[in-house]
Design a protein around this ligand. Structure first.
Ligand SMILES: [Mn+2]
Length: 351
């Protein structure tokens, strides 16, 4: 998930009735894009005031913008409302450059709306989503229970919700504006990590379609908005703290305003030749955050993260990248005053 701190909850096992009805649904022949579009359109009326609810990240913002386009002339109005504060610079730049009209949920009057759509998320992904009764759910995350809505389109095999939205737009024979195409294009890039992550042919087809319409210079401008000037100081600390031994690089950066900077620093160090492992840690709020990076060759960052911190905090990830978040109070007394040496000692135990 690429959302800015999305609340992820462990999913309860599904009730048999839900699973059974899903199986039944799956046995039906696959719907065409045109059928989906028609079903989606059918749930709205001319007088509807629609709120598109998202947890703002590139995919949800772009997809919400596409929904707004799909419903133009079909409803009274579509407002895009996001739950989280948008802090990530690239996301702020995307909003600004592409003029995406999104508003913070808490600044909106809830009683003003007649229909609610949740996009690129599902109601149980975040407690803030659950209070609302949704008319439609459009998403690509694994199916969770509690998605009662008149219209549900969840396709977990897709790399991005934006890819699904391109299919809707094409079915509606609506050519996206440059801004919308650029947003969707960037969304697919981010959610599939430039097609290095889970993606399927459908994502590639949507991506190819957008390629001719999107403005590549705007995409680059958004992608290059990664660091605030003030954050360069964290690099200074990281370089001063950095220790390398046995092809492993360790750096504890100390207190940070956002854990995102730890990811950026770790990804930077990963480029150093002959460094097989990178461990970057910092303190955010009351938590120790550790970012794991490795080349994935005969190594597994996710497993190491779990072995090292799984008992005392949340830890996990993939072969090449992983992360652990540990409440400071769960650390041993002797480790409370965390530094680069502590980081090295703890991560080396299972290597
Ligand atoms: Mn997504």
């Amino acid at each position: 998930m690429t959302g800015e701190s999305r609340t992820v909850r462990i999913l309860k096992s599904e009730k048999p009735s839900v699973a059974a009805s899903r199986r039944k649904r799956n046995s039906l022949p696959k719907k065409t894009a045109k059928e989906r579009l028609q079903e989606f359109w059918n749930i709205f009326g001319k007088d509807d005031e629609v709120l598109a609810v998202i947890s703002a990240d590139p995919d949800s913002l772009a997809s919400a913008l596409a929904v707004k386009r799909l419903l133009r002339y079909r409803v009274k109005n579509v407002t895009i409302g996001y739950l989280n504060e948008i802090r990530r610079l690239a996301n702020l730049t995307m909003l600004q450059l592409l003029k995406i009209p999104a508003e913070r949920m808490k600044s909106l009057k809830a009683d003003k709306f007649t229909k609610y759509i949740i996009i690129d998320s599902q109601p149980c992904h975040n407690p803030g989503f659950e209070e609302i009764k949704y008319t439609a759910v459009i998403d690509h995350h694994p199916v969770t229970q509690g998605c009662q809505a008149d219209y549900v389109d969840i396709r977990p095999e897709y790399g991005a919700t934006a890819s699904m939205m391109v299919e809707y737009l094409r079915a509606a024979e609506m050519k996206p504006s440059v801004a919308l195409a650029t947003a969707l294009f960037y969304a697919i890039k981010v959610d599939t990590q430039n097609f290095e992550k889970k993606a399927q042919l459908a994502d590639a087809i949507s991506f190819r379609y957008l390629f001719n319409i999107a403005n590549q210079n705007l995409v680059r401008k958004i992608e290059l908005s990664e660091l605030r000037k003030s954050e360069l100081n964290y690099f200074k600390t990281a370089f001063a703290e950095m220790r390398i031994s046995k092809h492993r690089l360790y750096a504890h950066v100390g207190r940070v305003r956002t854990p995102d900077i730890l990811v950026i620093i770790a990804d930077f160090f990963k480029r150093v030749h002959d460094v097989a492992w990178v461990f970057v840690s910092g303190i955010h709020g009351e938590k120790l955050v550790v970012i794991f990076r490795c080349d994935g060759y005969k190594k597994n960052a996710g497993i190491l993260a779990g072995k090292t911190f799984g008992q005392i905090g949340a830890a996990g990830g993939h072969r090449e990248s992983a992360r652990a978040e540990v409440p400071l109070k769960n650390l041993a007394k002797s480790d409370q005053d965390f530094n680069t040496k502590t980081l090295r000692r703890l991560t080396s135990r299972h290597l």
